[in-house]
Structures are given as C-alpha cells and as structure tokens.
Design a protein around this ligand. Structure first.
Ligand code: 5GP
Ligand code: ZN
Length: 112
C-alpha cells in the first residue's frame, strides 16, 4: 500500500519526531499552520476516523493518553487544539488516521 504516513512510521521517510513508542508516532507537520504543529499517528494503518471500531480503538485511546505528555514536552500544556479531518470534504489529504496538535496562536471557533 502506498501510504506516506506508513512510510514515516516505518522510517522509510524521515520526520522530525517528538514522541515514539511501539504503537504511535508524533512528528512535526511539514507545512505548519501554527507555531507548534505536530501530527500524532497510530503506526498501524487506519484510513480515517470512520474506520475506528472496537478492535482498533485502543490505539486511539493510547494517543489521547499520551497527548498531555507530548503537549508538555512541547511546552504547550497551557492550551492547544486537537484536530482530526475525516474525508475529503473535511480536508483530509492523507488517508492514514492522524490527529493535529496545534498551539502557539489563538484559534477561532467555528473552525473554517
Ligand atoms: P490532513 O490534511 O490530511 O488533515 O493533514 C495532513 C497533514 O500532513 C498536512 O498538514 C500536511 O502538511 C502533512 N504532511 C503531508 N506530507 C507530509 C510529510 O511528508 N511529512 C510531514 N512531516 N508532514 C506531512
Ligand atoms: Zn498508512
């Protein structure tokens, strides 16, 4: 399968890592939309949030369990935005589940 985030997860494509364990990887976005913009992915290929189910949701829980530690390591524990885009209409350009962790500027709501 031709998936850029699988290639990042297995090291074929380099990334600026901020956190890694057996299950997940966090790395800086190549085109940051905020002073801090990190992507957090499961190493296993899950296409999008619509494919999260009872057999694979543990890794999603693991991502959220690690978000405080990742945020603290980035010095943004005072506040950040977590974003998941699911599907083309939501702006998902890479079809491997990922969560954007963004911080360092104010964010409006509703998001455009
Ligand atoms: P999406 O638009 O799917 O929600 O987010 C995909 C994100 O992946 C974008 O913010 C884009 O800048 C980032 N991205 C795409 N290709 C690469 C890459 O090769 N390396 C890194 N670090 N980020 C990437
Ligand atoms: Zn993948």
């Amino acid at each position: 399968m031709d998936c850029i985030f699988c290639a990042i997860a297995n090291g074929e494509i380099p990334s600026k890592k901020v956190y890694e364990d057996d299950e997940i990887l966090a790395f800086h976005d190549i085109d940051p939309q905020a002073p801090v913009h990190v992507l957090i992915i499961p190493k296993q290929h899950i296409k999008w949030a619509y494919d999260v189910n009872e057999t694979n949701s543990a890794v999603v829980a693991h991502i959220f369990e690690k978000i405080p530690e990742i945020a603290k390591s980035l010095g943004v524990e005072d506040g950040f935005r977590i974003v998941n885009n699911c599907g083309d209409i939501a702006g998902q350009s890479v079809k491997h589940l990922h969560f954007h962790l963004m911080a360092g500027r104010p964010f409006g709501w509703p998001a455009g």
